[in-house]
Design a protein around this ligand. Structure first.
Ligand SMILES: NC(=O)c1ccc[n+]([C@@H]2O[C@H](COP(=O)([O-])OP(=O)(O)OC[C@H]3O[C@@H](n4cnc5c(N)ncnc54)[C@H](OP(=O)(O)O)[C@@H]3O)[C@@H](O)[C@H]2O)c1
Length: 297
């Protein structure tokens, strides 16, 4: 099986390389191989490589910048997935794509299920929703995984930002009224790879579609920061960096005290039970996945 994997310099793409190589030949497509901002680049690469499976974690992920680079975000997150789906359909290849909890507006008080109506409140969320719709509206065999609050030891993410700030500040003021599930790229990659053989062997389309795929449990950004600050020494070891000399105090604040260009949902906890029902795959609780990342890096 020839697997074309995008976003290999990113968190999820990077974490997928090794596990995917257990199930097929992985062709790592960075931005130079396939530029998702260019439909021509996508078509040319797809026709040259002729993959049997395309896995697309690449995305425009700068949530705040997307408010001013709306067109580019839409091109990469909204248009490109549709072009990939069209090309996959022509080749008879399947597509695995990633989406976000930010397709929801956060007004639901309980975890979101796949059938809840999306209502993104940011340009990023709207661009990702457009990508989902382009794929589900195509005739391509597909899976779309909505995940949340992704972090790893590489790339730009909350864990690394808090670790850096812990070395610079005595106090970290962190939003405490946005709830979600921090999810490691590692957990996403392992879950996704675990269910692929069963899906690829299934000739029926019943299990195609959208799935929520995030770590279990939930917290706020402030709760997550508290956990990070409590484990600075382990994080330093995992990142191979010096540990901050002192532990900053973590102070909860409200969203309105930390204005950002993009509006974020107050609740974006995802209900993962469809994934468990359909594929018998369940991700660890977020605290457990956090510990696993620090011990198994
Ligand atoms: N990060 C989160 O908190 C989060 C939360 C929910 C859902 N998600 C979704 O999960 C998926 C994986 O996210 P992630 O955190 O792994 O993202 P990430 O670390 O920001 O990586 C994004 C990847 O996309 C690539 N990319 C960006 N623009 C491109 C273009 N024009 N052509 C080709 N490649 C391009 C980047 O390449 P360069 O290195 O060249 O820029 C990078 O490899 C995405 O679909 C994202 O929307 C993420």
């Amino acid at each position: 099986m020839k697997i074309l994997l995008t976003g290999v310099t990113g968190q999820v793409g990077g974490a997928l390389v090794e596990p995917l190589s257990q199930i097929g030949q992985v062709i790592c497509a960075d931005r130079a191989t396939v530029d998702l901002a260019s439909p021509d680049s996508i078509r040319q690469t797809m026709r040259r490589i002729r993959p049997t499976l395309v896995i697309n974690p690449a995305a425009y992920t700068a949530v705040d910048r997307a408010e001013s680079e709306t067109e580019l975000a839409l091109q990469i997150n909204g248009i490109a997935p549709g072009v990939l789906a069209e090309e996959c359909a022509q080749l008879g290849a399947r597509l695995v794509h990633f989406s976000t909890d930010y397709v929801f507006d956060g007004s639901k008080p309980t975890p979101y299920v796949e059938s809840d109506p999306p209502a993104p409140s940011s340009a990023y969320g709207r661009s990702k929703l457009a990508g989902e719709q382009a794929i589900t509206g195509s005739s391509c065999r597909h899976l779309i995984f909505r995940t949340s609050w992704v972090y790893s030891l590489r790339g730009a993410n909350f864990l690394r930002t808090m670790f850096r700030l812990a070395g610079e500040r005595e106090e970290l003021r962190v939003v405490d009224d946005q709830r979600g599930a921090p999810t490691t790229a590692q957990a996403i990659a392992l879950a996704c790879t675990a269910l692929l053989p069963a899906w690829l062997a299934d000739p029926r389309t019943d299990r195609d579609g959208i799935y929520h795929l995030s770590c279990g449990g939930s917290t706020t950004w402030c709760g997550f920061a508290g956990r990070i600050v409590a484990h600075l020494d382990q994080i330093a070891k995992a990142l191979d960096q010096p540990c901050p000399a002192t532990r900053p105090r973590v102070t909860p604040i409200l969203t309105e005290d930390y204005p950002t260009p993009a509006k974020r949902p107050h609740n974006s906890v995802l209900d993962n039970s469809k994934l468990l029902r359909s594929f018998e795959v369940n991700l660890a609780n977020w605290e457990e996945a956090f510990s696993q990342l620090l011990t198994t890096h």
